[in-house]
Each structure stands twice: as structure tokens, then as C-alpha cells.
Design a binder for this molecule. Structure first.
Ligand SMILES: Nc1nc2c(ncn2[C@@H]2O[C@H](COP(=O)(O)OP(=O)(O)OP(=O)(O)O)[C@@H](O)[C@H]2O)c(=O)[nH]1
Ligand SMILES: [Mg+2]
Length: 336
């Protein structure tokens, strides 16, 4: 009779087991729950958490139309050749966009349909509690727990989401295209400090060499501590795949560098701390919001308070805020 392995935890529920076994349908179901902001998702994520943390998470950011999705499609091919399994999360942060952009990404990466080592999710984060960063992070966790070794995140579009991506990924590639001054824009957006790899895509277009030189110059101006990663600048033509093999190698080099210098662990610890902070903040706000609404309504219930607000809403708000925060610190005190 086989010896029973003592286990303090009961067996994971079937659905969790399926996800850990890499079941695509079960993974997709949980990701749909995350997108919809279903509270049941958090419970399942909690059970998956200790099984995750093995994937290498890459971000590909850059201006709209730079070729991020095409590049990811090509990167998937290169990583597959190197025997890695790959998960992709393309996130649509904006509520104004229709499903079209997201659908377009899925089509662009269609070449890998049928490959069991590739899982691509385009997601809209509109309904999800905590928005884009949280939904994308949770989706990465699912892919990680499913066993994908490399996860690539593309925030669709640009803007605020660009810097937010640094809280999700271990290695960030910034895509620029020739003749657009993207490099200079990146500096303005603070992305120069955040990116680990600079990619000039569309090298088939004129001006690629000078765009690369501009970026190399900008990168060299960064004051780097000794023994830190020197971000390389790499040219790619995502359409033909030229340069993408080297790009894949550079991402792997960066991972190795981070492992060798104990940076990966630090990033993971810092990101876990940030994420915990986000979770607590969000849970507290969810509970506190309705309470604040009730207190404000009660405050406005008297004619005198109404007059105070009409006379100087800033001062009245400050006074009420003081009382509310005092009450939170000392719950035995009276709000009013
Ligand atoms: N000439 C040329 N065109 C490219 C290259 N890579 C991508 N493109 C084209 O650029 C256009 C935009 O490509 P996408 O991959 O959708 O770009 P994206 O950055 O994902 O775009 P968004 O997700 O909408 O921000 C498409 O028409 C691609 O075919 C390239 O290396 N050379
Ligand atoms: Mg795209």
C-alpha cells in the first residue's frame, strides 16, 4: 500500500487542481471571473498564490501602433523554439475602446492557435475591481499557476498604464519606431528609467539606425551604479522576425543577470508588498466609502451645516474630514 503523505492542507478543490494542471478552460473561466470583478475570483486566487512565482514576466510597452502585438507574436515563436511555454496578457485599459482593438490582438497572435504551449488572453479590465493593474496582475497569477514559464504583458494603447506596468513585470521592453521621436517621448514619460530593454521596431523603415543611435545615447547618459544592468538597444522587424531571436535572448540574459545579482528576488518581494498594499487599500476603501456617504448625508442634514458648506465648502470639508479621521483612529469617540 502506498504510504499516505501527511498534508496539513486538504486537497485543493477540483477547479484549482485543474488550473494547476494547466487546464485551459478552467484558467479561462477564472480569468473571466477576474474581468467581471466576481468576488469568488479572490478566493480562488488565494489558493493559487503559493503555487505561482515561477514565471518570468516580461512587459512590452510603447506607443500605439509601434508593433507591440506583432512583436509579441514573433517573440512567442522564438521562445517556443527555445522550449519555453508562453502565456500572453494583452490588456485594454481604456473604457472608450470597443472590443475591436482587443480582438485585433487576438487575430494578430492567431498563428499560435492550436499550440498547447501558448495561452493568449486579451482582456478588458473595465469591470474588474481595482482596474487594470489588479486585473492584469491577477491574470498573470493564473497563467503563472497554470505553469507558463514566460508571461508577456502588453498594455494596449498608451498613457498612464505605461508606468503602471512596471509594478507587474520583471523585465520591461520599450518599443520605439523610426522617425517618431519616441525615444525623447519616453524620456519625458519617465520610461527611460523604467525600461530594461529598448527596442527599435520596424527596422525596414527609413531612420531606424538613427533612432537606435538616439536611444543608445540616451541610455548611456543614464547614471548607472556599477554592477547594474546596462539596458541594450535592439533593432527588430517584427513583420519578418528579424532581430527578434536576439531580443528573446536579451530578455533571458536580463533574467539571468537579475538572478545572479539577487535582483529578481528583490523585485518579487517589492511587488508582493505593493500588491498587498493595493489589496488592503481597496478592501478598506470598499468598506469605508458607504460609511463616508452616510456621514456626509448626516452632516448636510442640518441647516447650519448646509450654510457652512454654502459659505466655504473647503473649510467645511476639512472640518468634517478631521472629525471622520479622528473617529477612525478612536472608534469610541463620537463623530459629531
Ligand atoms: N513596416 C513594418 N510594419 C510593422 C512592423 N511590425 C508591425 N508592423 C505593423 O504596424 C501596425 C501596428 O502593429 P501592432 O502590432 O498592432 O502594433 P501595437 O503596438 O500592438 O498597436 P496597439 O496595440 O494598437 O497599440 C500593423 O499594421 C503591423 O503590421 C515592422 O517591423 N515593420
Ligand atoms: Mg497591440
Amino acid at each position: 500500500m502506498p504510504e499516505k503523505v501527511p498534508d496539513i492542507q486538504p486537497d485543493p478543490p477540483v477547479e484549482i487542481r485543474q488550473i494547476l494542471d494547466g487546464d485551459v478552460m478552467a484558467g479561462a473561466r477564472l480569468i473571466r471571473c477576474i474581468e467581471a470583478g466576481d468576488p469568488a475570483a479572490a478566493q480562488m486566487l488565494g489558493k493559487l498564490y503559493s503555487h505561482a512565482g515561477n514565471a518570468f514576466v516580461i512587459g512590452i510597452t510603447g506607443p500605439p501602433g509601434a508593433g507591440k502585438s506583432t512583436l509579441i507574436n514573433s517573440l512567442i515563436t522564438m521562445f517556443r523554439k527555445k522550449q519555453f511555454t508562453v502565456g500572453v496578457v494583452a490588456v485594454d485599459p481604456s473604457s472608450r475602446k470597443t472590443g475591436g482593438a482587443v480582438l485585433g490582438d487576438r487575430v494578430r497572435m492567431q498563428a499560435h492557435a492550436g499550440d498547447k504551449g501558448v495561452f493568449i488572453r486579451s482582456m478588458a479590465a473595465r469591470g474588474a475591481a481595482g482596474g487594470l493593474a489588479r486585473a492584469a496582475k491577477d491574470t498573470c497569477l493564473v497563467l503563472d499557476a497554470m505553469g507558463y514559464e514566460i508571461i508577456i504583458v502588453e498594455p494596449v494603447g498608451s498613457g498612464q498604464a505605461d508606468l503602471e506596468i512596471t509594478t507587474l513585470v520583471h523585465s520591461l521592453g520599450l518599443v520605439a519606431i523610426p522617425g517618431t521621436g519616441d525615444g525623447i517621448q519616453a524620456v519625458k514619460a519617465g520610461l527611460l528609467e523604467a525600461a530594461d530593454l529598448f527596442i527599435v521596431n520596424k527596422t525596414d523603415l527609413p531612420g531606424a539606425a538613427s533612432e537606435m543611435m538616439t536611444l543608445e545615447h540616451l541610455v548611456q547618459q543614464r547614471s548607472l551604479e556599477p554592477d547594474t544592468w546596462q539596458p541594450p538597444v535592439v533593432g527588430t522587424c517584427a513583420r519578418t522576425g528579424e532581430g527578434v531571436d536576439r531580443l528573446a535572448d536579451l530578455f533571458l540574459d536580463h533574467r539571468q543577470f537579475m538572478k545572479d545579482h539577487q535582483v529578481l528576488e528583490k523585485i518579487q518581494t517589492a511587488q508582493a508588498g505593493e500588491y498587498f498594499n493595493t489589496l488592503v487599500r481597496q478592501m478598506v476603501m470598499d468598506r469605508i466609502d458607504p460609511w463616508i456617504d452616510r456621514q456626509v448625508a448626516a452632516f448636510l442634514d442640518t441647516a447650519a451645516q448646509k450654510a457652512a458648506v454654502a459659505a466655504d465648502p473647503y473649510q467645511a470639508a476639512r472640518k468634517l474630514a478631521d472629525r471622520l479621521t479622528r473617529f477612525l483612529a478612536e472608534p469610541d469617540s463620537e463623530v459629531f
